[in-house]
Design a binder for this molecule. Structure first.
Ligand code: PRT
Length: 285
């Protein structure tokens, strides 16, 4: 029987949420003994636990078919790997940062200086595109201390909250790349494996859609229903049910969580009451 081999970060920022996503897709994996690989009991998938930075090479070599990995790594490693789906977690950006007491004068600031980074390929591309003559000093970790110890004038590193930059006396001046966890796949997948991937992708998309959307219920006076339906974005055909009070109805639909906060005041102004927002477990289009 054919099996889809999926690489997941062994330990680190991506591990927990990657396994959680597979779990929400109904894929039960027992990695209790910290094994390097684990077979799902109810889906033709084998999970390989690997270092994030090694995964693109493993995919190119055919050791794994697909992976949950940071987009930044896929882009940096330049292997034969394609980003199939963004997964909405581990969001960060690859940024240029300089000592906070320096005056930033725009991209020309980087001409003739030295930048420390673990992302030489991505940085080189950015510098070339902007015709900047900058020396890249590649280091594999603790990039943020480079200016303080005189190794480089500035850095190019991943940033999420910005607190690491702040505590090292640096400030972010340019974002080179925005990244999040993604589903990355081999460019050459056998047709039987592709069928399994299609099933997995269907499940992942259902889980992702459910995460981004909420079920909304509210009560509204009948004479305001039309106005309320206009206010709610994306609501093509809500369910409307009569209440015991014949002048009122209950309205049910699905709404993107972010959109909800945009329209809450208008809903209330139009007489909506008893508004409930409920998580959706799976959402199949
Ligand atoms: O060891 P392995 O090869 O498995 O991976 P790794 O050392 O790259 O692992 P890990 O767990 O640090 O990061 C895995 C992935 O998480 C990265 O490739 C990114 O896709 C994503 N990610 C999201 C981040 C961050 N946010 C992040 N903030 N990866 C690293 N950081 C580091 C950054 O390098 C800097 O040192 O966190 C620091 C900055 O964080 P803030 O919050 O202070 O700005």
């Amino acid at each position: 029987m054919k099996i889809l081999k999926i690489a997941v970060q062994k330990s680190g920022r991506l591990n927990e949420q990657s396994l959680q996503l597979l779990k929400e897709c109904g894929i039960a994996i027992n990695n209790g003994n910290n094994r390097l690989k684990a077979r799902a009991s109810n889906f033709p998938v084998e999970v390989l636990f690997l270092r994030n930075s090694d995964i693109p090479q493993y995919i190119e070599d055919g050791v794994a078919d697909i992976s949950i990995i940071g987009e930044n790594v896929v882009i940096e490693k330049q292997k034969n790997v394609r980003i199939l789906e963004k997964l909405g977690f581990a969001k960060c950006r690859l940024s240029l940062a300089i000592p906070k007491n320096e005056t930033y004068t725009g991209l020309n600031f980087f001409n003739g200086i030295k930048v420390a980074t673990s992302y030489p390929n991505t940085l080189r591309k950015f510098l070339d595109e902007n015709k900047l003559d900058t020396e890249i000093h590649e280091i594999s970790g603790s990039v943020e201390i480079a200016p303080n110890i005189g190794l480089a004038d500035s850095i190019c590193d991943l940033v999420s909250s910005g607190s690491t930059l702040f505590s090292n006396g640096l400030k972010e001046v340019e974002v080179i790349l925005k990244s999040e966890a993604c589903l990355a796949v081999s460019q050459s997948i056998a047709p039987e494996i592709q069928l399994i991937l299609d099933k997995l992708l269907f499940r992942i998309r259902s889980v992702m859609a459910a995460r981004n959307n909420k079920y909304i219920l509210l009560n509204a006076p009948n004479d305001k229903l039309e106005k309320i339906i206009d206010v709610l974005p994306g609501m093509k055909s809500p369910t409307i049910m009569p209440l015991a009070d014949k002048n009122w109805s209950s309205l049910h639909s699905v709404i993107n969580e972010n959109d909800f906060w945009e329209v809450i005041d208008e809903l209330k102004e139009n007489g909506a009451q008893g508004i409930l927002i409920i998580p959706i477990e799976k959402m199949v289009a």
